[in-house]
Design a protein around this ligand. Structure first.
Ligand code: CA
Length: 242
């Protein structure tokens, strides 16, 4: 699968579980480039939209783990993007970027359901810290620290070891992250687009076959102990065998 505009590479080694895809909706190229650089460095995948309409459509299709949303955008502005997503029941964490203090007042006054806001000029480090904080708050289950057991599979997020029927299973970093994400959210069905965003930090702009390939690999390694269920037309879930 070819991936546009996204980082990092699928099997790049990493110290901790990937942090997912962040959608940056910002029309100033210098700012979006800076955010991309800082967020990538922290292990986030980054996808950029430079106007409100494109941003809204990416938010709907790419299932980012967080959105950095500029208020002043061409076409529909940031407040309207936020309003539409919330109206659709989409509660992806949103961090507003405002150019002036009166914009902050406007954003707060509209009660748009934003998770945080930051005023320009901002330090990219500060933005990264805020993004981490909203993502951490929203992904409570995935942050589960102790070993997870499901059927005959045991997975330890700290040592990154997996056993099936007490036999160690050798998984690649990506296979481990995928299985850990599914097992940390038992029975929750994830679409392929969600898994690409949340596990790989990728935007599913071209295709999602990479998810199927990795699921198949994990399954073949777990063999008789497999806990991944295919939900036809939707995606995948982990649940104990019945
Ligand atoms: Ca702007």
């Amino acid at each position: 699968m070819q991936v546009i505009n996204s980082t990092p590479r699928p099997d790049a080694p990493r110290a901790e579980t990937l942090k997912g895809l962040v959608l940056v909706i910002e029309d100033e190229r210098a700012i979006s480039d800076l955010l991309r650089m800082y967020l990538s460095r922290e292990g986030f995948g980054v996808h950029v939209a430079s106007d409100g309409v494109t941003g809204l459509s990416f938010a709907r299709t790419l299932h980012p783990v967080a959105i950095i949303l500029d208020v002043g955008l061409p076409g529909i502005d940031g407040t309207e993007v936020c309003r539409q997503l919330r109206a659709e029941g989409d509660w992806t964490p949103i961090l507003f970027c405002t150019a002036r203090d009166d914009e902050v007042d406007r954003v707060l006054g509209l009660e748009l359901g934003a998770d945080d806001y930051i005023t320009k000029p901002f330090s990219p480090r500060e933005v990264v810290a805020r993004v981490k904080s909203v993502v951490r708050r929203s992904m409570r289950a995935a942050a589960s620290e102790g070993p997870i057991t499901m059927g005959k599979v045991e997975l330890d997020p700290v040592t990154r070891r997996v056993t099936a029927d007490s036999v160690p299973v050798a998984l690649t970093a990506t296979e481990f992250d995928l299985l850990a994400h599914l097992m940390a959210n038992p029975s929750r069905v994830f679409s392929r687009e969600q898994l690409l965003s949340e596990v790989w930090g990728y935007a599913a702009v071209v295709g999602t076959r990479t998810v199927d390939v990795h699921v198949a690999q994990v399954r073949s390694k777990l063999a008789d102990c497999d806990v991944i269920r295919t939900v036809r037309g939707v995606g995948y879930a982990a649940e104990p065998p019945r």
